[in-house]
Ligand binder design. Structure first.
Ligand code: GAL
Length: 672
């Protein structure tokens, strides 16, 4: 087994963002006493403290942080030390007004909230290198510091920046990427609408335009923006590494983020960490949580990762902020844990009295330590201590769902066949089907080595390079089962339609061609006849032409009446399935039954709503069980339930809404 990504802390990390600069010194003593009570062993400090650390440019005041780190260390609480660069101080904005972000409509964003200034501005880059470097120099040897936390959630709250500084950097970036204007004009297809550029100075950023901007330009702009953010991360990371040896992380927002290509970001960090918040309008938000956790584990290459932030109860930034009910925080935490997290952290330790987040829940709420939330926080700390053996164990999946930020960026642009069909919605539908069937999945990039998976699902993989399509085709040839959804393999890396038509690069693997997209009106539905089982489809249908595939589902009604809706194609040693419409989670069930049979995937047959994910250790399997149901549930298992210490002999019963971790020694087998 390779070394753990954060070796300086034992057990499962437990704690949250800690912002004591908002409180008087006496409160700090109460904080550490209550942290000990809750079993907190790690806090993230200093994330928004630039104004306190560098009160005037180049003048540093570390006195309060010295005292704080010593206090935490004396109380057995380790520190994930933040660099404060997501909230530049007032002096920065006043001294460098040209470094401010400009939005697409020309609004200049100033001081008074948070969010960094222009990530392309040399003044900002100099300032972040200085503050990160000074922090690292001072605290490299501090025994409390086990991890560095660079910045906060790159890409939020702003990522697009149309300031003059950014536009200059954009032109440089394009020169490097394309070498010549001829190459750029070809890649962007600028012959359309006469957008040919003949001088580098005439290249514009895709800010506000009269009609829609060139989509190829916008796709490159998304890549550029992501790379500018990453360049800022690297500057800070390297400034830290010049002095310190502790691992470096920055908190991602996996499935909730839009602007950062986490396959690339994960290559830059020592530790992958993620923030996740339930999306209140979604009654099944715990499924989205599981997806986010699986995505985070996948970008981490299967290695242990940190849940850097979630909430003990309600957030404050959604329209209706729904409080978590008793037990829900535990279920959320154990889902992350089951899906590979070795750290369960929150925003934040103590609720803030002032400022934008005073209505956000915390580990220690405004109601204080005699509250339901704090009691659950103490209980969770004890439970995590009881399952510390999980640390370093890994989740293995037989199924992969493809996930590609570049495809997401391209697909979400304007003027597509139907704005009711989206990448994330399709990913969620397929993921949720697999979740309900109890099948654990990884997320994967279409150009990854997929050979270890029995089944690969490609939901709306709109942008697919020739290399990715060749990879998928080779996967099928070698015996894999591939399930592709509608609106896949449509464009190349420049957002140009593939030569040969929609889906052309996948024709060999799937045995079909898509002649025309046939989206439906709002509210319109049609049926799909799957060998006698009728399911309902909406939003999207296609005119699919067979090139060797067999028909497994036929449209009844709608614009594609009588045409193939679901097809199956034997190619080489494997099978390629195609679903040309946007089936919902229930309608996907009969389709997936056939697909599982081809792939040799056997769903465990747990009652729906009982989530069981296995982490494999050297000598034992750990089944992390989360019961989302209002009734008790049973599963076949044997070994020891770690939270209670009770033996499990054949059948385990988990109470309504409860969680459990069952250790099954490898020699005994069973459990799934
Ligand atoms: C996160 C952010 C935290 C806090 C939290 C509230 O996105 O990193 O600083 O604002 O949201 O939910």
């Amino acid at each position: 087994m390779t070394a753990h990504p954060w070796p300086l802390l034992d057990g499962i990390a437990y704690g949250g963002d800690y912002n004591p600069e908002q409180w008087s010194r006496d409160v700090w003593d109460e904080d550490v006493a209550l942290m000990r009570k809750a079993g907190v062993n790690l806090v993230s400090v200093g994330i928004f403290s630039w104004a306190m650390l560098e009160p005037r440019e180049g003048e540093f005041d570390f006195s309060w942080l010295d005292e704080l780190l010593d206090l935490l260390h004396a109380n057995g609480v380790a520190v994930d030390l933040g660099t404060p660069t997501a909230a530049p101080p007032a002096w920065f904005y006043a001294t460098y007004p040209d470094a401010r972000v400009v939005t697409a409509d020309g609004t200049v964003l100033g001081f008074g909230s948070r969010g960094m200034v222009s990530h392309s501005a040399p003044e900002y880059r100099t300032a972040i290198a200085r503050v990160a470097g000074e922090l690292a120099r001072r605290y490299a040897e501090h025994p409390a510091v086990v991890l560095w936390h660079v910045h906060n959630e790159y890409g939020a709250p702003v990522s697009d920046d149309f300031s003059p500084r950014a536009v200059a950097a954009w032109r440089e970036w394009l020169r490097e990427r394309y070498g010549s204007l001829d190459a750029l004009n070809a890649a962007w297809g600028t012959a359309f609408w006469g957008q040919v550029v003949r001088e580098w100075d005439h290249v514009v950023a895709p800010a506000a335009t009269a009609s829609i901007a060139n989509p190829s330009t916008k796709l490159d702009w998304a890549r550029f923006t992501d790379e500018q953010l990453r360049a800022c991360f690297r500057i800070e990371r390297d400034a830290i590494r010049a002095h310190a040896t502790q691992p470096v992380t920055t908190n991602f927002m996996a499935h909730q983020n839009y602007n950062t290509d986490l396959w690339r970001w994960a290559q830059e960090v020592d530790v992958v960490s993620d923030d996740h918040y339930l999306w209140s309008p979604d009654p099944d938000a715990h499924v989205g949580l599981a997806l986010s956790a699986d995505l985070t584990r996948s970008v981490a290459g299967g290695r242990p990762w940190m849940l850097m932030e979630h909430s003990t109860s309600a957030v404050n930034w959604q329209g209706r902020n729904i409080a978590k009910r008793p037990g829900e925080m535990h279920r959320n935490a154990f889902t992350h844990l089951g899906r590979g997290a070795d750290a369960i952290m929150f925003f934040q330790w103590r609720a803030s009295r002032s400022g934008a987040e005073k209505f956000h829940s915390a580990m220690l709420p405004h109601a204080g330590a005699s509250s339901r939330v704090f009691r659950e926080v103490v209980d969770l700390g004890a439970r995590l201590a009881a399952v510390e053996e999980l640390r370093g164990t890994q989740v293995r999946a037989d199924v992969a769902v493809l996930y590609d930020w570049e495809s997401l960026w391209a697909q979400d642009l304007e003027w597509r066949p139907s704005d009711a069909l989206g990448f994330r919605e399709r990913v969620r539908a397929y993921y949720e089907r697999l979740w309900r069937d109890g099948v654990t999945v990884d997320l994967a990039h279409p150009e990854h080595d997929l050979s270890r998976y029995r089944l690969v699902v490609a939901p709306a993989s709109y942008l697919l390079t020739q290399a990715a399509a060749a990879n998928l085709t080779a996967y099928v040839e070698a015996g894999g089962t591939l399930l592709v959804s509608c609106f896949s393999g449509v464009v190349d890396e420049h957002d140009a339609v593939h030569v040969g038509g929609f889906g052309a690069p996948l024709r060999t693997a799937l045995g079909v061609a898509v002649e025309e997209f046939l989206p439906m009106r709002e509210g319109e539905t049609c049926a799909v006849d799957l060998d006698g089982t009728e399911v309902t489809a909406d939003v999207w249908t296609e005119d699919v032409v067979l090139h060797g595939a067999e028909v497994r589902g036929t449209y009844r009604g709608g614009p594609a009446d009588g045409m193939p809706a679901v097809t199956r194609h034997r190619h080489g040693q494997g099978t390629g399935w195609y679903v040309s419409t946007a089936l919902g989670v229930d309608a996907l069930a009969p389709v997936l039954r056939g697909v599982y049979a081809d792939a040799g995937v056997v769903p465990p047959g747990h009652p729906e709503g009982l989530e069981v994910v296995t982490r494999q250790g050297g000598t034992a399997d750990f089944h992390v069980v989360v019961n989302h149901r209002a009734e008790p549930a049973e599963l076949a298992a044997s070994g020891t339930e770690l939270l209670s210490g009770a033996p499990v002999d054949g059948t385990f019963r988990v109470g309504p809404g409860d969680v459990a971790v069952i250790r099954t020694p490898r020699a005994q087998g069973g459990g799934r």
